[in-house]
Ligand binder design. Structure first.
Ligand code: ADP
Ligand code: NG1
Ligand code: MG
Length: 483
């Protein structure tokens, strides 16, 4: 630790009491990673006949609590996981982006760097994989100074984050593309800037997320979960109880978030709920975009917002006509909001249910953090309280937010029956993974029991038992490697 002349300590991201922007580290791989990088380098060499100049590694994440509230402006509590997206990179002189993937199900792709076309068509499976990569390259090119712009890029991708499963494989890929484009241009940007660029870049894929995934991808640290806050994006360490272990389990139901309008409908419902409340409370509703904006304009607590929602919004789903009438604008004007363009006139909006989830979930994040760092609570009681918050979160996502899936609900039940102290879906939902909290001394017993249950109910083609249940711990965020 350094000290300045006032005696102030200079450590972490503070120097002489002043915030210093952190940059993505350039690291040497450990033995395990080196093996994977060598495999990736061989694939790269076989495709492009040269060796990569560098590698980027961007992890997935598990969100412990705070689901579907990042785009409403509220803090969330994720941690980076071990699974990641690796990309081997070299500059290319031909002004083309060349893309290949170690996994043959993702086909090779090539296009001109000045002609990136991310046209998203309606498909059941979601956008082509390389479009996530192109979003990232495009987002980075927009901020790199003219004189640094790269010629072309040779890239080979290899990821082991289960895709379409709520562990943020999409953002790892987009964020990796942003980072490697900046680095291949010999440019440097701080982590928080990279996170912001990546979040805005990923919105080109169609989903209007809130930035949690890209933020933890860059800000994640080994050994600590993070409270991620927004506007501007920032992260604060949350030390988890020593005795708590988080176990991820896969429901064997996958869902690509960009393949349906489910995700954006929730974003739209939250925005419309915020505007309707603002209007009813005589606040300038046009300036309100997120549920946090209306809370701030009313100057009340999260608990009070729950009462406000209960008074101001009704249970029955709203029609576009009712919303436009209440806001005092025409339906045509309402439909000019980009987020609403993809919805038919007959679309119904569950404003009360979604807003109630958001304010209660935001309060659970506050409680989760308070409990985690509380010194007066016994360890075991702490884990029990965190578990309760997680289970309440799942109940709300099931009932009010309607983003669960029968396979997720049944997996949550199984986890609880196997001894978890709490369990919930993680990520956007509609399939994917759950995260359960167990005490350290019970992890092996829990994992074995849950695997046994999963085997008893059947393993679908394409899944392997060992990948279906695994304990996890907070991991390092994005890094650049040379070998
Ligand atoms: P997630 O919850 O994992 O973020 P999304 O629905 O947001 O799921 O997007 C996942 C998409 O990201 C996949 O359908 C695929 O197109 C892309 N993707 C994820 N991992 C990889 C990978 N290793 N290689 C190529 N594309 C990937
Ligand atoms: P996943 O499940 O990783 O695609 C999405 C959003 C997050 C957040 C969560 C729900 C993107 C890129 N990610 O995550 O911002 O809203 O859902 O909490 O849109
Ligand atoms: Mg995603």
């Amino acid at each position: 630790m350094r000290r300045d002349n006032t005696g102030m300590s200079c450590s972490g991201n503070k120097c002489c009491g002043v915030e210093v922007e952190e940059h993505v580290p350039i690291l040497q791989p450990d033995e395990k990673l080196l093996k994977r990088l060598n495999t990736l380098a061989n694939h790269f060499q076989s495709k492009y006949s040269i060796q990569p100049s560098f590698f980027v590694r961007v992890p997935g994440r598990v969100n412990l609590i705070g689901e579907h509230i990042d785009y409403c402006g509220y803090p969330v509590c994720p941690m980076a996981i071990e699974q990641d997206v690796l990309v081997a990179v070299a500059p290319s002189k031909d002004n083309d982006i060349h893309l290949t993937n170690v996994d043959p199900k993702y086909i090779d792709f090539r296009c001109k760097i000045e002609n990136i076309n991310i046209c998203i068509e309606d498909t059941n499976d979601g956008p082509d994989w390389y479009k996530y990569f192109l979003c990232g390259v495009k987002g980075a090119l927009e901020v790199i100074p003219e004189e640094c712009l790269p010629g072309g890029i040779l890239a080979a991708v290899w990821g082991n984050i289960p895709p379409n499963s709520g562990l943020s494989s999409s953002s790892a890929l987009v964020s990796a593309a942003v980072l490697l484009t900046v680095h291949v241009s010999q440019h440097q940007l701080p982590k928080r800037k990279l996170a912001t660029i990546s979040a805005s870049a990923e919105s080109c894929i169609g989903t209007q997320g809130g930035g949690m995934d890209q933020a933890i991808a860059f800000l994640g640290k080994a050994g600590t979960a993070m409270l991620i806050e927004f506007n501007p994006v920032r992260g604060t360490d949350i030390t988890l109880p020593e005795t708590a272990v988080f176990v991820i389990a896969h429901s064997q139901a996958c869902h690509n978030k960009a393949s349906t309008t489910d995700f954006n409908l929730r974003v739209a419902e939250c925005r419309l709920a915020a505007q309707m409340i603002a209007k009813k409370r005589n606040k300038p509703w046009e300036r309100v975009q997120r549920l946090i904006d209306v809370q701030e304009s009313l100057g009340v607590s999260l608990d009070e917002m729950v009462s406000v929602v209960t008074t101001e919004l009704h249970e029955e789903p709203y029609t576009m006509s009712e919303i436009s009438r209440n806001l005092g604008i025409t339906k045509e004007k309402l439909k000019e909001i980009p987020l609403l363009r993809s919805f038919r006139d007959s679309q119904m909006f569950k404003l009360k249910q979604r807003a109630l989830h958001v304010y209660n979930e935001a309060a659970r994040v506050v409680e989760f953090r308070r409990t985690s760092v509380e010194n007066t609570i016994m360890e075991e009681e702490k884990v029990r309280q965190l578990g309760k918050l997680m289970s309440n979160s799942h109940a709300s996502l099931y009932e009010l937010y309607e983003c669960s899936h029968p396979s997720l609900d049944s997996l949550v039940d199984k986890a609880m029956a196997c001894g978890a102290l709490g369990a919930r879906l993680t990520g956007a939902g509609w399939g994917g993974c759950i995260v359960a909290i167990v005490t350290k001394d019970k992890v092996t017993e829990f994992v074995d029991a849950l695997k046994e249950e999963i085997v008893r109910c059947g393993i679908k083609d394409g899944f392997k038992l060992d990948d279906l249940v695994f304990p996890t711990k907070p991991n390092q965020g994005a890094a650049i490697y040379t070998i």
